[in-house]
Design a binder for this molecule. Sequence first.
Ligand SMILES: C[S@@+](CC[C@H](N)C(=O)[O-])C[C@H]1O[C@@H](n2cnc3c(N)ncnc32)[C@H](O)[C@@H]1O
Length: 239
Amino acid sequence: MASLGYAAGWRLLSRAFAQAPLAVRLHVLGRYATCPFRPLLAELPAGARLLDLGGGHGIFARLALAAGAREAWVVEPDRRKLLPPVTAPGLRQVAARGEALAGGFDVVAVVDVLYRLPFAEWPAFLAGVRERLRPGGLLLLKEIDPEARWKGRWNRAQERLADLCGLTVGEGFSYEPRARVAARLAAAGFSEIRTVDLGRGYPHAHLLYAARRPPAAGASLRGAPSSAPRPPASARPGT
Ligand SMILES: C[S@@+](CC[C@H](N)C(=O)[O-])C[C@H]1O[C@@H](n2cnc3c(N)ncnc32)[C@H](O)[C@@H]1O
């Protein structure tokens, strides 16, 4: 399991984005302070090959690499978030949606992305995530718990403001109770579904859904090989 001290994460992001515009630096550090990236790291197996889908500025990917991930691919449709390119060893950034990369990842992280998609798109999106995991691979889906009343209201007010400012790509806010999300994960073919409350000490009701793509029939999870992800010719790192 990966880990990184709070101050070490702060220093890492401060250094990585030192040349970025002030607004980006403030956003990145503000996001680090208010989103439970470090508890998510605790779920990450050491040496993992990670896909950070809808990865924004690549905050989680950078932290994961510092905490022991082998390789981290950020797939992000909003090109503004990948410019100017801020590189790091092991980090690959692709300006695209999820379908840009083929499968084989040990872990796919989807951090505060699903709620931006209309419900009608969720089944295909979740099925696509599953396909990008190797058999036995781990999904880390971070969402907000809509059943937490006051924190939920605060979250919606903040999101409306972000939309008014045109800060995030997406269709709106799609939140569902945890039982429904878990049922959707099961319907998309995930197993070992767990929910973990991560909101303690944060202004938002953060909720993690951890789930696995079932191991291939006859293969033991521990011994399953992790094949390399295959980007198509059109997906060039850093484009
Ligand atoms: C709230 S931001 C979270 C960014 C990043 N995961 C983080 O935690 O900092 C939501 C992100 O989802 C991305 N997004 C929206 N629709 C998407 C889609 N269909 N596929 C992949 N990413 C998407 C947006 O461009 C945006 O960067």
